[in-house]
Design a protein around this ligand. Structure first.
Ligand SMILES: [Zn+2]
Length: 397
């Protein structure tokens, strides 16, 4: 998927559809209509910001046949809208090259062969080079002379996530435009449009959408892709979103760790209700830093205060032991978390001294307990209830 900065799931086919990048769009429109846009451009920005979409909109504006560019109604405009923008297919006016596929010197020569209006009768031509950073140095050298002497009405736009890979001599010939990340407020506008369009039932409103916006870190495509995973008319809850993005609440992790200085049983019950994610380990490490009196750049002052108060009874060694066990897990699952928790808990040594056969006898005396292996056929982590019920928790000890 290429484009991203769209008001609707459909890619924006007009400058007016682009959310955010307000100053850039204004700048582009002014220079296109004034005929003052440099003919060799570099469009740089992180993945998912909509660089390719904006490059296509620039192409459309440049090629428009009307006085008032872009008109979106002339033959060239509609041609570019339906082919280049909607289908990622080139037209007589707009040529598309992906340099991650054609990054070598020979393909660079093929590209340069396009640096003219030819005999097609078109008035303007735009050549888009996507993933331009993938070009070899030799390929870039090929462009050096020809980008300096571009015929009038022939434009070349290099699209890249990282212009460091471009040779300085080539870069110095181009006019560079850097795309910034979107503000959260702009991402929220995009997300709300999708919600409306797909009639999604968002539980928790803005706070739930805010989770997506925060996680997407200013990149519209990332945010939209997540929401596109939901079917029309379906419910979108904070829990589902958290599951998708592997979100971990710092408070949850602090609460979990607090049980390492308290009741093991309550801790196990808490784990049973905990939302699992790979992110737990990162937060544990940050908590350890705070316990050691070091600065954490990920946790805020409030979190640090909670660590100091809620984890006052948790020994640093216990915390390290827990992290050691937990980090060794191949995959984060409830069973592994339970095992790590039990092994790190100060009560563990008394459990090890305890003879499991006594517990086994005690369990067997209670005839209502089913002593069966838990059913893992569903590949879901067993629940705490099932572990306690069928006695398999004894194995862990
Ligand atoms: Zn037009």
């Amino acid at each position: 998927m290429m484009g991203g900065v769209c008001k609707m799931l459909k890619r924006p086919s007009k400058f007016e559809d682009v959310v955010g990048h307000t100053h850039l769009i204004e700048f582009l429109k002014n220079h296109v209509s004034g005929g003052t846009l440099p003919r060799f451009l570099i469009l740089e920005g992180d993945e998912g910001l909509g660089k390719t979409t904006i490059a296509k909109l620039i192409s459309l504006a440049l090629c428009c046949e009307s006085e008032n560019k872009p008109c979106y109604t002339c033959k060239t405009c509609t041609d570019i809208m339906s082919n280049v923008i909607d289908k990622n297919m080139e037209t007589k006016n707009v040529k598309l090259f992906n340099m991650s596929i054609n990054g070598g010197k020979d393909s660079a020569k093929d590209v340069v062969d396009n640096f003219n209006l030819g005999v097609s009768g078109i008035k303007t031509k735009v050549i888009l080079l996507d993933e331009a950073h993938a070009m070899s140095d030799a390929a870039q050298e090929v462009f050096l002379v020809d980008t300096e002497y571009l015929p009038s009405n022939v434009y070349v736009i290099l699209i890249t996530t990282n212009s460091y890979n471009l040779i300085p001599t080539l870069k110095s010939r181009a006019f560079s435009i850097k795309l910034n990340k979107l503000k959260k407020v702009d991402l929220m506008i995009l997300l709300k449009d999708i919600v409306r369009e797909r009639n999604l039932n968002v539980q928790g409103g803005d706070a739930t959408l805010g989770l997506i916006a925060d996680w997407a870190d200013g990149k519209p495509r990332i945010a939209l892709n997540l929401l596109s995973g939901f079917q029309s008319n379906s419910a979108v809850s904070a829990d589902l979103i958290k599951e998708f993005i592997g979100y971990v609440d710092v408070d949850d992790v602090i609460d979990l760790l607090s049980y390492l200085g308290g009741s093991m049983t309550h801790g196990l019950m808490y784990i049973n209700s905990l939302h699992l994610s790979d992110g737990i380990l990162d937060i544990c490490l940050e908590v350890l830093k705070i316990k050691k009196g070091l600065a954490s750049f990920k946790l805020n002052m409030d979190d640090a205060l909670k660590v100091r108060t809620k984890l006052a009874n948790v020994d640093e060694e216990v915390l390290v032991k827990f992290i050691y066990e937990f980090a060794a897990l191949v995959k984060v699952n409830k069973r592994g978390l339970i095992a790590s928790f039990i092994k790190a808990h100060p009560m563990y040594s008394s459990l090890v001294d305890f003879n499991p056969s006594i517990l086994q006898e005690e369990l067997q005396q209670k005839s209502d307990l089913v002593l069966e292996e838990p059913d893992y056929s569903e590949r879901k982590a067993p629940t705490m209830e099932s572990l306690l019920q069928n006695g398999s928790i004894v194995e862990v000890f």
